[in-house]
Design a protein around this ligand. Structure first.
Ligand code: AMP
Length: 348
């Protein structure tokens, strides 16, 4: 069954009025192709986003196959996703064993790598397994490699970048980046079970300095010690952020603020082969979209959550970052329009 064939072809919003997808650099070519700034001249005016986090070589097993030495890491997925919408500055470290081809592909998409250190030693490694429900990865091992004892050096050109995303990495390192980054319009963070278990106090400290937290449902439950997601998100907001985004995999995402909430279903996918990086891509696309529209209204936050959800829906179609590397803004726009029609309903 092809979902697209079941979706009505006319775009309608809740009032029955035709609605367009947000302007997303229509026609720009990405992925293996060099980014052509001519087809997207306004892109240079979009607010840049500084992303720090893991860059990794992953070994992943799902019921549909397995891969090893797969380039990954939270910052790689987030940077590729965000670069569909806004200019990205990447901060992090890899070992000499990290494939140069991926760095070339990042550069080709306009990602600034001045803050990426290529260090002696091994790239961060993560081994994980997914069972049939694909909801949660079971981490088998985490090797810090070049991140062990790493202290990020922020290039001068990175200071004062308006958007900051502290993707998943040691919270001590996230705090160092917060100290060095200077003034930001929006600072957002992610983490995972490994750091919540090992460095909970530091994770809470990071959250206290961010405007937005983007965690998955299991992480919010673990961090806040509550099984109910609404109660856990409310506890999360008390830690500091104005916005808490709870990623729920195939069940969509929830956005909570002091006096607002939004629920977005996930785009229903028939072929999910590997969920690795979906959460990081969700966050990168959400923040990239916000950076591209330059305002934080309720409406733009809602569209940003949907953009995050849709970019993540592409990522799970292939192992690792393969699908993200070939994804174009036009494909995101097309799926956005399908999603508008899919979620349309009228008042009773
Ligand atoms: P996600 O599927 O969105 O949860 O993220 C998976 C990515 O996060 C993989 O590419 C891993 O390399 C990376 N990752 C896994 N564990 C950690 C960790 N403890 N710190 C930083 N990155 C991690």
């Amino acid at each position: 069954m092809r979902l697209a064939t079941l979706i009505p072809t006319r775009g309608v919003n809740r009032a029955g009025v035709r609605q367009a997808a947000p302007n997303m650099c229509r026609g720009a070519r990405m992925g293996n192709n060099t980014h052509d700034s001519r087809v997207c001249p306004e892109r240079t005016r979009r607010a840049p986003i500084l992303i720090v986090g893991s860059l990794a070589l992953d070994e992943v097993e799902t019921p549909f196959g397995s891969v090893s030495e797969m380039p990954g890491g939270a910052a790689l997925y987030a940077a590729l996703a965000a670069s569909l919408f806004a200019p990205v500055k990447l901060l992090g470290a890899v070992g000499k064993d990290f494939p140069a081809k991926i760095l070339d592909q990042l550069r080709a998409r306009g990602v600034d790598l001045e803050g990426l250190e290529i260090r002696e030693g091994k790239t961060f490694r993560w081994r994980a397994r997914y069972e049939y429900d694909m909801g949660q990865a079971r981490t088998l091992s985490t090797e810090l490699g070049v991140f062990d004892g790493f202290h990020p050096k922020l290039p001068d050109s990175y200071r004062g970048t308006p958007f900051l995303f502290l993707a998943n990495i040691d919270p001590d390192l996230q705090l160092e980046v917060l100290d060095a980054a200077g003034h930001t319009s929006l600072a957002a963070c992610d983490t995972n079970a490994f750091w919540i278990e090992g460095k909970r106090e530091k994770v809470v400290k990071v959250l206290g300095r961010c405007n937005m937290a983007l965690l998955n449902d299991a992480e919010v439950r673990q961090l806040c010690g509550k099984s109910n997601i609404v109660a856990a998100a409310s506890a999360l907001l008390k830690m500091g952020p104005s916005w808490a985004v709870v990623k729920k995999g195939e069940h969509g995402a929830l956005l909570f603020g002091a006096d607002a909430a939004f629920a977005a279903p996930a785009y229903p996918m028939e072929d999910v082969v590997d969920p690795t990086g979906a959460g990081d891509s969700f966050a990168g696309a959400l923040l990239g979209y916000l950076a591209s529209c330059g305002e934080f209204s309720q409406e733009s936050l809602r569209r940003a959550v949907v953009c995050g959800s849709l970019v993540a829906s592409f990522v799970v179609e292939r192992f690792g970052p393969e699908r993200l590397l070939s994804l174009s803004p036009q494909e995101v726009t097309t799926r956005y329009n399908e999603f508008l029609r899919l979620t349309h309903f009228t008042p009773i």
